[in-house]
Design a protein around this ligand. Structure first.
Ligand code: COA
Length: 722
């Protein structure tokens, strides 16, 4: 996906005009100009203010139209009521990128929302890439293009690094920039995306993915406007191998409410965000420390493979703590092989532990080269994927040791990640200068290593999974057509429109199952009977035993209406059931239109699962899978995926529920037909996308799954319309 607007003038402007630049140092509107000058921005700078002829030694223009040259980026910092006029001036001047700092838009409610809508219209109409409003602005740390009011730029010694940081909070975003600086982590870009009237998170990601200098994309997110656009941008980043690390807030009620009012956007379901991130390989950080820790390890562009960690420690205790954390997170800390152990014992004292963690003991200080030697030995061990090194203090000989680590790390093909607690500043400077990442605390170090390795695995699986999807979507023939023709889809849509026009939002079970069947999802054999004789005839045709259920658009909950009978084995039972169902339905809802009684094949027992779909405001159709009964209701043991899903998604969504073991053949039971579930999920994903403008929810409950090779069938189904 490429953004329709060219964002280079926004991220890398050759000239910047500041509309509303003030000479008054007490005003916020004086800052962009001051920062551009103080940081030595090399492009052309144009202050725009009708009240002045010169500001901070620069010629000041009364309007944008008075500037004789073209302008790449305009920073607007005038009061809200003057913003529309200023933006119209940008359009008249042919400006292609604008960053609006001014507050007073959608975050204020309906009136502000109307103003925001107006600026969005102008931007779209004139093909202007519009950032903000209600933002701190944009910074390019490298070129010093600072269209920003952040006080961060009162400091002149800001570090630059291969990270693009996009934040939906301006003030907090710059606070994170300041924290990053304190931890010696540099960014190339910082975007405060503000209310996202026009450009949104996905547009910024889409641009920085193609920047060869950017290795990591980090973000602070409150709510994503267009979920599928975000996923498409995240996909491009995944393909390019540029990790996206996001703190997504608004996870619980109060936070979500605050996020909605902060930028005037909807926060959406946090679980769906988690799912969308998982599907596109986005690494979720749960606090700012994680965001920075993960960003810094990826910024080094280290190799990311495997899951086996080797730990070298100068402290037995720290080694144990780190090994525990590794295993808790799913990394392995395997006992080292005999030859590696023997090699280690050649350079370490006999009382050292060499199993893994390798405890070099306090003795290492009197053994020059021991640490370097350990790294080299572990580098040669094919079982080891990452080397974690723990050191504490080392307030003498630190220079030699920091240089040794740097030299060894430079020559290994594996990531060497250091946790040096209480390190002398000089040692840290040496490690940093040599591109060795260091954490001051063991658990932070292990979490970062875990993020590094799991991203590599995730990326491989997702990309490979997608490649194999095409193969597993091959038509099966027997369950129905793989894709419906446009005419068939139109026929279904027309039928749904008719139902909607009749004032109904829920389909009957029969209507729902007809649509599922059209998409090749196996359903029970069933037919509608208008009287008891017909019901008996249908039961004979379907085969005994049968189930019978009322078919009424006005009675979606048939059990509640006692309008259902199961396991009927003969004509007499069918006749009695027919009358009873009709009577109960009628007394449950006297206004109900009753189409008849559904005579249905009684499904043989199998494992009951639930498959569903609901439409998320941000991400569109989302599939749900879970085991039936109490596990779903009490444990909420379900997995979700945003549509469309790949065959890999279907497989992982089945396997990631806690009760998956019950389907895989628990305690000698035969494994369930997982391939059938997978195929039904894929077909439902297609249905959900085809009919996304019509259907709000689908509930297949139960889907009865049989032994491997024996398929699955929808026992009951309910489709709700938008
Ligand atoms: N063209 C050019 N200059 C204009 C103008 C126009 N159409 N309209 C006004 N100006 C000038 C003003 O005369 C003033 O210059 P002066 O000092 O020489 O008189 C300058 O623009 C600024 O206007 P002013 O009315 O003094 O506003 P301000 O500086 O007090 O505040 C904002 C302006 C944009 C900073 C303020 O409205 C605002 O939105 N603040 C919040 C910003 C924020 O927090 N953003 C979100 C961060 S997360």
């Amino acid at each position: 996906m490429n953004s329709p607007r060219e964002l280079t003038p926004l991220f890398n402007p050759k000239s910047i005009a500041v509309v509303g630049a003030s000479a008054d140092p007490a005003k916020v509107s004086s800052r962009p100009l001051k920062f551009l000058l103080e940081h030595g921005y090399q492009g052309r700078i144009y202050p725009i203010n009708p009240k002045a002829t010169e500001i901070m030694g620069l010629k000041c223009y009364p309007s944008l139209g008075a500037v004789p040259e073209e302008i790449d980026l305009v920073s607007i910092i005038v009061p809200a009521q003057a913003v529309v006029g200023a933006l119209e001036d940008c359009a008249a001047k042919g400006v292609k990128a604008v960053s609006i700092i001014t507050s007073g838009f959608a975050e204020l409610g309906p009136q502000g929302r109307a103003l925001q809508e107006r600026i969005r219209e102008i931007a779209r109409q004139h093909n202007i890439a519009l950032s903000g409003p209600n933002s701190v602005g944009m910074h390019n740390f490298k070129t010093k293009a600072i269209a920003s009011i952040s006080q961060l730029f009162e400091r002149k010694d800001l570090l630059v690094g291969p990270i693009a940081f996009i934040s939906q909070s301006g003030a907090f975003g710059t606070a994170i920039c300041a924290l990053a600086q304190a931890e010696k982590i540099g960014f190339t870009y910082f975007v405060s995306s503000g209310n996202e009237a026009d450009l949104e998170l996905a547009d910024y990601i889409d641009y920085v993915v193609d920047d060869p200098e950017i290795k990591v994309i980090s973000g602070y997110v409150e709510g994503i406007k267009d979920g599928s656009k975000f996923m498409a941008a995240a996909d491009r980043a995944l393909e390019a191998g540029k990790p996206i690390i996001m703190v997504k807030v608004g996870r619980f009620g109060a936070g979500a409410r605050a996020a909605s009012s902060h930028t005037g956007s909807m926060a959406g379901s946090d679980q769906v965000y988690g799912t969308a991130f998982k599907q596109t390989g986005v690494i979720r950080a749960f606090d700012v420390q994680e965001l920075l820790d993960y960003s810094s390890i990826f910024a080094l562009g280290q190799a990311r493979r495997g899951e086996n960690a080797a730990i070298i420690s100068t402290s037995g205790g720290a080694g144990v703590l780190m090994a525990d954390k590794c295993e808790e997170l799913g990394l392995t800390v395997k006992e080292l092989g005999e030859s590696t152990k023997a090699e280690l014992l050649k350079i370490l004292p006999a009382f050292s532990a060499v199993g893994n963690p390798v405890d070099v003991t306090g003795q290492f200080l009197s053994m020059p080269g021991a640490i370097k030697g350990c790294i080299e030995i572990l580098d040669r061990d094919e079982q080891v994927d990452v080397i974690i090194l723990f050191l504490a203090l080392v307030w003498s000989q630190w220079e030699q040791i920091a240089n040794d680590i740097s030299n060894a790390a430079r020559n290994t093909g594996k990531p060497v990640v250091v946790c040096w607690v209480g390190a002398p500043q000089g040692a840290l400077d040496i490690l940093r200068a040599n591109g060795v990442v260091n954490y001051p605390e063991p658990v932070r170090c292990v979490k970062a290593v875990h993020a590094l390795l799991s991203y590599g695995r995730m990326r491989e699986h997702i990309i490979e999974g997608r490649l194999t999807s095409a193969v597993s979507l091959e038509p099966k023939g027997k369950e129905g057509p793989e894709t419906l023709s446009a005419a068939e889809i139109d026929r279904i849509k027309a039928r749904l429109s008719d139902i909607r026009r009749a004032g109904r939002t829920m389909l009957t079970e029969k209507e729902s199952k007809d649509i599922l069947q059209a998409y090749g999802i196996p359903v029970t054999r069933e037919k509608l009977a208008r009287d008891a004789d017909q019901a008996v005839a249908l039961a004979e045709e379907i085969g005994w035993p049968v189930a019978m259920k009322v078919s009424s658009p006005d009675i979606p909950h048939k059990t509640e209406a006692k309008a259902i009978a199961l396991n009927l084995t003969g004509p007499d039972q069918v006749r009695v059931a027919f009358d009873k169902i009709w009577q109960n339905a009628w007394s449950y809802n006297k206004e109900a239109v009753i189409d008849g009684v559904l005579v249905q094949e009684m499904l043989k027992p199998g494992t009951e699962v639930i498959v569903g779909m609901s439409k998320d405001a941000q991400f569109g159709p989302v599939l749900m899978f879970g085991l039936g009964g109490v596990l779903v209701e009490i444990m909420r043991d379900v997995s979700l995926r945003v549509c469309p899903i790949s065959s890999f998604d279907a497989e992982t969504m089945i396997n990631e529920i806690k009760g998956a073991k019950l389907l895989q053949g628990f305690r000698g039971a035969a494994p369930a037909d997982l391939d059938s579930i997978k195929e039904i999920l894929l077909r439902l994903s297609r249905l959900a996308l085809d009919l996304q403008d019509y259907v709000s929810e689908i509930d297949i409950n139960p889907l009865v799954v049989y032994e491997k090779g024996h398929g699955a069938k929808a026992g009951d189904a309910l489709i709700s319309l938008l």
